[in-house]
Write a protein that binds this ligand. Structure first.
Ligand SMILES: Cc1ncc(COP(=O)(O)O)c(C=O)c1O
Length: 412
């Protein structure tokens, strides 16, 4: 089964079950609602100011004011300027444009063992072959990383160095340095996916990006997790003019341009409200992450270990040998809580005893209850759903439970 399909299946299962959800990768609806008023007001002003021209095609490279604002807010990499930026329909289009432009049939792309589910099909449908490091890079020695790169001879290496999806960790500084060095020496390109880079909690403790140290690194970025996903604004950044021209040409044949109104709206928001809003966003997610980690620390059974991210949305949990996250999800849904089984994030050698919690969608007030329900599920005791659902509700719940069980029988 394709990873994306499996991921979507579990996502829909959790949504349909109407439980407390630690599964979603979408930004919190509370954040979208917070931005809503500002975006609505900016939108009205823009329509009046610009008039009908706002509904014309945009510049293929992307709206100039947006590229300028992104550069001035440091969102497109240190030392980057607006001319290095191509605006895309979300980060996903940026990744696809890169693989489609750069890969010939059979070219290899190296990825970490655990990674973003949207990647696999993107690479394969561009004719690329996937090679996977034997583990996530933070767990490997530098000599092992170099050896695996020499053996696989990739054209591209894809990495999420900051608050990664799905583990929430940061790529070690020595690995960043090595990647930059080897990119030139072994002649490969690095895609540095910075989708979560701006969601740090305490202070700006960023490690320098690989982009700032090498011409062989292409940044992929997006407003999806820091502002809103529905306006579909993302970007790619490269210092290589020829490469950018080729990618731009390809974009023309794909989509002609990115939505003009969305671009102008985000440019305006970046200019007027961004600093204030992003501080709020960091604080909002930071509080939820802190509370979730505190509750996990207090309650989770001893044989489960978990990552302690300092940014982003995701906590990675590993259970004892023999623990089956997919099967446990069924029990968890019955107990009123959902998560994402870890198997969907592995390229190969899946570990069935892992799962991902996302703090993005959950409301702060539900965190304690959610972790209590998770704990009881992991301890193997069934929690009664608190709300009084009556006999009709009980029948509905019974049917839903039966349905989950039947469906799970067909999931590998
Ligand atoms: C690491 C990573 N990159 C890229 C994307 C694509 O996001 P979008 O196309 O909404 O910018 C996602 C979405 O979840 C992601 O997690």
């Amino acid at each position: 089964m394709l990873k994306r399909t499996e991921w979507r299946y579990f996502n829909e299962l959790v949504v349909k079950s109407e439980v407390i959800s630690f599964a979603s990768a979408a930004p919190s609806f509370e954040v979208i609602s917070k931005y809503f008023g500002v975006l609505r007001n900016e939108n009205v002003e823009l329509l009046e100011e610009i008039g009908p021209a706002i509904f014309n095609y945009a510049d293929i490279k992307g709206d100039e004011s947006l590229r300028r604002e992104l550069a001035s807010k440091g969102l497109v990499g240190e030392n980057a300027n607006k001319d290095m930026v191509l605006i895309t329909n979300g980060g996903q289009e940026a990744i696809k444009l890169i693989t489609e432009t750069m890969l010939k049939k059979g070219d290899r792309v190296m990825i970490e063992r655990l990674g973003y589910v949207g990647l696999e099909q993107t690479i394969l449908s561009s004719g690329g072959e996937i090679r996977c490091f034997s583990d996530n890079l933070n767990k490997l020695k530098l000599s092992e990383i170099e050896q695996e790169l020499r053996k696989s001879k990739p054209k591209l290496v894809y990495l999420i160095p900051d608050f990664s999806n799905p583990c929430g960790d940061n790529l070690r500084e020595d690995v960043r340095k090595l990647m930059v060095k080897l990119a030139t020496k072994l002649s490969f390109w690095v895609i540095e996916d910075q989708t979560y880079r701006e969601i740090y909690f305490d202070k700006n403790e960023h490690l320098a990006s690989m982009f700032s140290r090498s011409d062989k690194v292409i940044i992929v970025g997006s407003i999806s997790k820091i502002i809103v996903p529905g306006l579909r604004i993302g970007w790619l950044v490269t210092k290589d003019d020829l490469l950018r021209q080729k990618i731009t040409q390809l974009k023309e044949s794909f989509t002609l341009s990115t939505n003009n109104l969305s671009q102008k709206l985000i440019a305006r928001l970046l200019e007027t409200e961004y600093e204030k809003m992003i501080r709020w966003v960091r604080n909002y997610y930071g509080k939820k992450m802190k509370k979730t980690l505190e509750n996990l620390e207090k309650n989770i059974p001893e044989r489960f270990s978990f990552s302690k991210p300092r940014g982003g949305f995701y906590i990675w949990i590993e259970g004892p040998e023999g623990f089956q996250a997919k099967k446990t999800l069924n029990l968890a849904l019955g107990n009123g809580i959902g998560f994402m089984p870890g198997g969907v994030f592995y390229y190969n050698n899946k570990k069935a005893n892992t799962f991902r919690l996302s703090i993005s969608a959950i409301k702060e007030k539900d965190i304690k209850d959610g972790i209590d329900r998770l704990t009881k599920t992991l301890e193997g005791k069934k929690l009664l759903i608190k709300k009084n659902i009556g006999w009709k509700g009980k029948i509905k719940e019974f049917i839903l439970n039966l349905h989950h069980r039947l469906q799970l029988m067909f999931v590998r």
